[in-house]
Ligand binder design. Structure first.
Ligand code: CA
Ligand code: CA
Ligand code: CA
Ligand code: CA
Ligand code: CA
Length: 379
């Protein structure tokens, strides 16, 4: 009787031990299994990361959205600005090393524009949705060092319930800089930014609602188009100017290569209106590429898989891309993606961002994608 009971307890103990180890093991190999699952189903293009950033300070889902700042005077000293959505903004160099950290709040999405006028001073401006204050927070980039200086942390407060996605739009028609935000329930606000006597202020010039969760947004400054990703549905196209309301879905989940959530959006600019719209298809760990012009035809998808030294990328939130050459290391620009599961020597660690030279992505497509390292949309 006694022995039987002990054996039973021992069996139970082993069972729980097995379960715990099994779960742990499952967690650490999760990413590879997820990547392989997509590859089994689709013949997506595969690249590996060239570099990765320092992991963010917080565990779990913390890294979210990146933006690339182009240093016109010294392209090799361009920076990557990433959000740690639990704590603040991080600035990395092109080796992925963390250089500066700003604990400014729960910043979610980040974007950059060049040559915004404050009085007579032209600045490069960083904007983000800050969930600590339900505000749009703005920073000036030090063009020498890449350091950030706060110019508005909580002056521009959204009327929506829960601020979420963000992008700038710099109108070529009027020269006006707009800060666009979307809330977790799909309410959109377009703010016209003004700088008087060094004070930044904003007015809402357009609002509408998409009714469901939206986050990823990007504006094409050249064509005046605003793209918004509705996470469980597809990608919308609106005029980026505030005078129009009508939107149009350019793609949805009937495109079998997309799997919800549709997350980050970014634009690859090239000369003569060419280039691409890229979207993070979070549910199948891939990035879909569409033509930037015309009807935004789908061209194919790629994934970031393991290299010998850097793990693959899965469940990506934010992405960014830049066509401009960034010095010797990345002469053809880069693509950057948040990595949902950052593995270091087989162990899950804090999230980070992975960076791939654009030429690697462009050359693996059939037919090849454009590489235009010269065209500067901001000039
Ligand atoms: Ca996430
Ligand atoms: Ca961004
Ligand atoms: Ca999201
Ligand atoms: Ca969702
Ligand atoms: Ca990973």
């Amino acid at each position: 009787m006694q022995y039987k009971l002990n054996y039973g307890r021992l069996t139970l103990l082993y069972f729980f031990l097995f379960l715990t180890l099994g779960l742990f093991n499952c967690k650490t190999t999760n990413e590879q299994a997820a990547i392989e699952k997509t590859l089994k189903k689709f013949d997506f293009y595969k690249v590996s990361a060239d570099i990765q950033t320092t992991p963010v300070q917080n565990p779990d889902d913390a890294a979210d959205d990146p933006a690339i700042w182009y240093n016109a005077a010294d392209p090799a000293n361009s920076k990557i600005i990433g959000t740690n959505k639990k704590l603040g903004l991080v600035v990395y160099d092109l080796n992925g090393e963390e250089q500066f950290f700003y604990p400014v709040g729960k910043v979610n999405n980040v974007d950059i524009r060049y040559g915004f006028l404050i009085g007579t001073e032209s600045i490069d401006i960083v904007g983000c949705t800050n969930r600590s204050y339900n505000s749009i927070s703005l920073f000036k980039i030090n063009r020498e060092t890449g350091e950030l200086k706060e110019i508005s942390l909580k002056n521009i407060i959204s009327k929506t319930d829960e601020i979420y996605g963000f992008c700038f739009y710099h109108s070529k028609n009027t020269g006006i800089l707009y800060a666009n935000l979307v809330s977790k329930d799909g309410s959109f606000e377009q703010w016209e930014l003004k700088a008087d006597n060094e004070e930044i202020s904003g007015n809402i010039v357009r609002k509408f609602t998409l009714g469901n969760t939206c986050e990823g947004m990007v504006a094409d400054d050249e064509s005046g188009i605003l793209f918004i990703a509705e996470e469980d549905r597809g990608i919308w196209k609106f005029s980026a100017e505030p005078d129009q309301e009508e939107g149009k879905l350019i793609t949805d989940l009937s495109n079998i290569y997309l799997k919800d959530d549709i997350e980050g959006l970014t634009i690859y600019y090239a000369d003569n209106g060419a280039g691409y719209l890229l979207a993070s298809s979070q549910g199948n760990n891939s990035y879909a590429v569409f033509e930037r012009a015309n009807e935004n035809k789908y061209l194919g998808s790629f994934m970031i898989v393991n290299s010998e030294t850097i793990d693959g990328v899965s469940e990506t939130d934010g992405i960014d891309v830049i066509n401009l050459g960034l010095g010797e290391k990345f002469p053809h620009g880069i693509f950057i993606a948040q990595d949902g599961y950052n593995m270091e020597t087989g162990n899950l660690t804090n999230q980070n961002f992975k960076i791939v030279g654009w030429d690697k992505i462009a050359n693996i497509f059939e037919p090849k994608l454009i590489i235009d390292a010269e065209y500067n949309i901001s000039e």
